[in-house]
Design a protein around this ligand. Structure first.
Ligand code: SAH
Length: 375
């Protein structure tokens, strides 16, 4: 008779926030307070070895060693930009990798993390969109990016930079990976883990209204909205999900999200594309659109990538646009491009996506045809 040895898969504890861990511990016959202890070991003390968790009983340590694991994505490369930006390429499985970027700014530092392998949305100016989509990241893969960056930064000699802010602005649409993103942000905010304030964890979305309403029920991270156009006609073209969730309804949903708390605002992201959305008339429309909307505007010079079909706005166009918006009374900042020399700037994150949508292949075919290459 053939005997098949079946090794049950270990449970990756990075997949659980406080609530998830409490459930896990009670399922294995342990007290729920173990959850807070475990979070501290992993996220505050950087300990992955269950045997080193000295406030756990010997039998618990043995049980965890046998059944559970703390498994991080694998670092493939770590690139350093001249301006201090660091980019990690992380391998998730045999076909897929993602990118994570750390951007230092004085004593502060922002970590930009990914939420999906590729992206299912097709924003016309974003390089991740061109790669197609493979799958959602697990909670472990999302929070794992923070763990990896945190540990790597502490390893840099005399490093004074810390992760003070986290933005979900890497690859993917976070609201389309709702549960895992919420669990991972819970760990970022949790006092027993990273303990970041909700003002320092920002979720950026192209505007999935029903998910935004659900988010209000379970989380209160800060919100950034990828607007990029002051009217529906143009936004339909740049951010196609706008056809489903148009601007007026989207702004109303954002207002609902920040309601109930004074002084809360939404960061409105606006990528400036030469000749497309950067004209004075667009700036004036934007002022009108946002005059009663509690926000600050983040103007983002377009970061080019091969075959994007767009150009970066001239410095004059950016200044002109900015002046109109500022004069219109809107709080406005212009995002500095960082990490360009290592392709780490906004919209340049690529990783490696085993495309399930075949979008990448279709696009390559089109490019080959238009450039006269044989296909
Ligand atoms: N799906 C989410 C999060 C990922 S994109 C969202 O749409 O918000 C996050 C931000 O990257 C976008 O708002 C946009 O500001 C920026 N971005 C995308 N492509 C870019 C490009 N080529 N140049 C500059 N910024 C870009």
């Amino acid at each position: 008779m053939e005997v098949k040895l079946h090794m049950p898969e270990k449970v990756n504890l990075l997949n659980f926030d406080m609530q998830g861990l409490k459930t896990y511990f009670s399922e294995i016959g342990e007290k729920p307070f173990r959850a807070a202890q475990l979070l501290k070991w992993i996220y505050q003390f950087g300990i992955d070895d269950f045997n080193a968790m000295s406030n756990f009983s010997k039998s618990l340590r043995e049980k965890l060693t046998a059944e559970a694991e703390i498994k991080l994505p694998e670092i493939v490369t770590e690139q350093h930009s001249d301006d201090g930006t660091i980019k990690w390429l992380l391998r998730l499985d045999s076909g897929n990798s993602i990118e994570t970027v750390f951007i230092p700014e004085g004593s502060r530092g922002t970590l930009c993390i990914s939420s999906q392998v590729g992206c299912a949305l097709e924003c016309s100016f974003c390089s991740t969109a061109k790669q197609g989509f493979n799958r959602n990241l697990t909670t472990a893969e999302i929070i794992g990016q923070v763990v990896i960056a945190n540990r790597a930064l502490k390893c840099i000699p005399r490093n004074e930079r810390v992760i003070s802010n986290i933005v979900l602005m890497g690859m993917g649409e976070p609201l389309l990976n709702f549960d895992n993103v919420v669990a991972a942000t819970n760990i970022m905010l949790e006092d027993n883990a990273y303990g970041l304030s909700k003002r320092r964890v920002t979720l950026s979305t192209s505007g999935v209204i029903p998910a935004l309403d659900r988010l209000k029920e379970v989380s209160d991270v800060s919100l950034a909205l990828s607007l990029h156009a002051p009217n529906d006609e143009l936004r339909n073209e740049l951010v196609p999900i706008n056809r489903k969730y148009p601007i007026k309804e989207l702004l109303a949903a954002c207002k609902r999200y920040i309601s109930g708390e004074t002084k809360r605002i939404v960061t409105v992201e606006y990528v400036l594309l030469d000749g497309v959305n950067d004209k004075p008339e667009h700036a004036r429309q934007l002022v009108k659109l946002l005059k009663d909307f509690p926000c600050k505007i983040n103007l983002i010079p377009f970061n080019p990538f091969p075959n994007s079909g767009y150009k970066t706005s001239s410095l004059e166009a950016i200044e002109r646009f900015r002046n109109i918006v500022v004069k219109g009374g809107l709080l406005t900042t212009t995002r500095k491009t960082r990490g360009e020399d290592i392709d780490a700037a906004c919209g340049q994150l690529a990783g490696k996506v085993l495309d399930k949508t075949k979008r990448g292949a279709r696009r390559q075919e089109k490019e080959d045809i238009s450039s006269g290459r044989a296909v």
